[in-house]
Design a binder for this molecule. Structure first.
Ligand code: HEC
Ligand code: HEC
Ligand code: HEC
Ligand code: HEC
Ligand code: HEC
Ligand code: HEC
Ligand code: HEC
Ligand code: HEC
Length: 441
């Protein structure tokens, strides 16, 4: 079951972890560890005295002590060495609620990845295990979706995963668990020198971390502002959801929703509290509103698969295991603004495009079948020009035609999609004919 339906955050484990962290902080560093303080001593942010601040995330109640940021040793020194970072963090909601540098960066000496730094130990790049102390629901939802391990496995395969990570990957309901998945042939061909500048720049959103956690929250929540406005704006997603094989950003820009965003977005209420966002704040949806946010009576989730009915990125689209429940969740979002017949008709039309395009893509298999039968189309990936054409047909044009229909980009369904499929099927046929003719000479 998805965590958007239930809250199964292991609360006692968090308490044990917090207690353990406090103990370590007291022993290793005789400095304040804000999350451990529970006493009220008055005063406000900017002074050294403490004030408690109790807040609730899901069912977890967490007590923080505000007024400690500027007296935090990390802050004090980094305000000189990296003022951009301290000032950005100071402007964040988290800083105003009493979160300090320690809460994310400071770890016990034996923590995986810990580095000694001025009398304490820090992580250079805090992981979701850090965020989990205070945001357990967002972390477990994220972990259940394809932004987590499936994104990493898509490029790197499973060979580097630990048994625990393999189990986490298997537990993603729509992750398409495949224990034999190897490194993607394109990644292998391009080689390791390119990988962290190409595939993995985007796919690291789901990377396994040394401490057993998975993913990078900062792929969307840029440090150190951690701004809701930034996360909700579609440019955040455009870092990865762009280009010929997944042009969701380009499609969005030509949709009515995207036009409204581009023309009237400056007046949207971008910082409405999470859970309290309504159509008054955002009269047309962004990527986040359709795929992640709570809006009106629709609960939000960091599991980006929770509202999808199809595997659109797949070569041959099939329905998802949780299609019915997922579709209801997405349609509840549409119904905030559109009539129910409008939404039903929209889904019927987009599903029709999806199955028609899938049928067109299968023609590519019919074309190469005689080559395969004669051993002229080998299993070695990307070793002949014809294999690039075959790949482009489904991977770029097929996906684009489907995405265009579902997110209202007619130019993408038509000229970058259906038309390119037709044109390249003709190229594929001609190449296949030439190869068969050459082989029979
Ligand atoms: C006495 C000064 C001082 C203190 C105290 C201090 N730092 Fe630093 N820190 C530095 C300097 C100097 C650098 C290197 C900056 C540079 O390369 O421009 C640095 C670098 C870093 C980096 C970047 C490392 C990298 O490889 O990119 C992180 C993260 C960091 N500090 C976090 C912290 C945290 C968290 C604390 C508190 C637990 C802390 N620092 C306390 C001075 C300090
Ligand atoms: C809410 C968690 C969080 C808090 C609080 C936080 N950081 Fe960070 N910090 C991060 C994350 C996540 C990264 C890694 C960014 C990345 O990998 O792109 C990071 C990276 C850094 C870096 C290295 C990045 C660079 O650009 O050089 C420094 C230095 C740093 N933090 C200092 C601080 C200081 C000083 C504070 C307190 C004023 C602080 N951080 C508070 C989460 C946090
Ligand atoms: C010590 C507890 C703590 C840790 C650790 C922590 N946060 Fe937070 N975070 C908070 C609090 C408190 C708030 C304010 C929530 C509220 O007011 O209900 C918050 C709010 C946020 C918000 C919403 C900001 C807004 O403008 O409303 C984001 C996004 C966020 N955190 C991301 C992260 C990420 C990502 C990490 C890990 C890198 C992280 N947090 C680590 C306590 C924490
Ligand atoms: C610009 C960012 C970006 C780069 C670079 C990138 N990808 Fe992706 N990739 C994505 C996004 C976004 C999706 C999701 C598409 C969707 O669901 O519509 C995706 C989907 C995939 C999928 C299908 C999903 C799955 O789990 O099977 C595979 C496979 C894949 N990418 C492999 C690669 C490989 C291999 C490379 C490098 C040769 C690469 N990607 C480079 C962003 C990127
Ligand atoms: C794909 C982009 C993306 C990633 C990755 C992501 N977030 Fe978010 N996050 C968002 C968006 C968008 C919102 C705003 C949701 C809304 O409108 O209420 C948000 C909101 C939040 C909030 C505010 C409360 C809420 O749920 O709305 C917290 C806390 C948070 N994220 C924590 C995290 C943590 C922890 C991680 C890593 C496990 C993470 N996020 C990863 C996009 C992302
Ligand atoms: C750092 C890169 C990156 C960013 C930023 C990013 N994504 Fe993704 N996203 C991916 C990759 C990679 C995949 C493909 C994962 C897979 O299927 O293997 C993906 C897949 C998805 C999927 C399909 C999930 C599924 O179950 O098939 C949705 C929906 C999605 N992203 C929405 C968003 C939204 C909305 C945002 C912005 C708030 C966003 N993403 C930001 C990289 C990113
Ligand atoms: C009006 C709501 C809406 C907006 C806005 C929107 N999407 Fe979508 N998106 C959908 C629907 C509906 C689907 C298809 C769902 C299904 O399969 O049932 C979809 C499909 C996707 C998929 C394909 C997942 C797969 O199966 O491969 C990705 C990735 C995605 N969207 C990302 C984005 C990004 C990134 C943006 C912004 C640039 C965005 N979406 C804007 C509604 C929206
Ligand atoms: C927050 C409000 C809001 C949500 C949620 C929303 N839309 Fe829209 N939608 C709009 C607005 C505003 C327009 C532009 C209205 C117009 O052109 O008359 C629009 C236009 C459209 C159009 C183009 C209509 C036309 O005649 O050009 C389609 C199709 C559409 N939306 C589908 C959807 C789907 C499907 C969903 C859910 C996945 C959805 N919308 C969610 C506000 C919303």
């Amino acid at each position: 079951m998805r965590t958007s339906d239930t809250n199964n955050a292991p609360r006692w484990e968090i308490r044990m972890f917090m207690a353990f962290m406090c103990l370590i902080a007291l022993v290793v560093v005789p400095l304040s560890f804000s999350a451990c303080k529970t006493t009220t001593t008055g005063s406000s942010l900017g002074t050294t005295s403490a004030m408690t601040n109790i807040f609730t995330t899901g069912t977890n109640t967490i007590t923080l002590t505000t007024g400690k940021l500027q007296s935090n040793v990390c802050y004090a020194c980094h305000n000189a060495s990296t003022p951009g970072i301290t000032q950005q963090f100071e402007s964040s909601v988290m800083a105003q609620k009493g979160v300090t540098c320690f809460d994310c960066h400071q770890v016990p000496a034996d923590y995986p990845g810990a580095q000694a730094h001025f009398g304490t130990y820090r992580l250079v790049s805090p992981t979701p295990a850090t965020c989990q102390k205070c945001h357990p629901d967002q972390v477990s939802q994220f972990q259940q979706g394809r932004h987590s391990l499936p994104a990493f496995v898509a490029v790197n395969g499973v060979s580097s995963l630990t048994p625990a990570e393999l189990a986490m990957y298997q537990a993603v309901p729509e992750g398409g668990f495949d224990p034999s998945k190897t490194e993607h042939p394109l990644a292998a061909l391009e080689g390791n020198n390119l990988l962290s500048y190409t595939c993995n720049t985007c796919h690291q959103i789901g990377q396994p971390n040394a401490d057993g956690s998975v993913g990078r929250c900062q792929s969307c929540h840029l440090t150190h502002t951690f701004s809701l406005e930034q996360a909700r704006k579609p440019e955040t997603c455009s870092a990865c959801h762009i280009g010929p094989d997944h042009p969701q950003w380009e499609i969005f820009q030509e949709s009515a929703h995207g036009i409204k965003y581009a023309t009237l977005g400056a007046a949207y209420n971008w910082n409405a509290a999470p859970g309290a966002l309504t159509i008054k704040d955002m009269p047309a949806p962004t990527c986040a509103v359709c795929h992640i946010s709570a809006i009106g009576n629709v609960p939000g989730s960091h599991d980006v698969g929770a509202r999808l009915t199809n595997f659109l990125a797949a070569q041959y689209t099939t329905a998802r295991p949780d299609a019915a429940a997922n579709g209801t969740r997405m349609q509840m979002v549409c119904l905030q603004c559109h009539a129910s017949d409008f939404v039903t008709n929209f889904y019927a039309g987009a599903n029709q495009v999806t199955s028609t395009v899938t049928g067109m893509l299968k023609q590519a298999d019919t074309i190469i079948a005689p080559l395969k039968a004669k051993g002229l189309y080998t299993t070695t990936p990307f070793d002949q020009p014809i294999k690039f054409i075959y790949f482009d047909i489904w991977h770029d044009y097929g996906r684009t035609a489907k995405f265009g229909a579902w997110m209202q980009g007619p130019d993408y369904s038509q000229w970058h999609g259906a038309y390119e499929i037709l044109r390249n099927l003709a190229v594929l046929q001609s190449m296949a004919n030439d190869e068969l003719a050459a082989a029979s000479k």
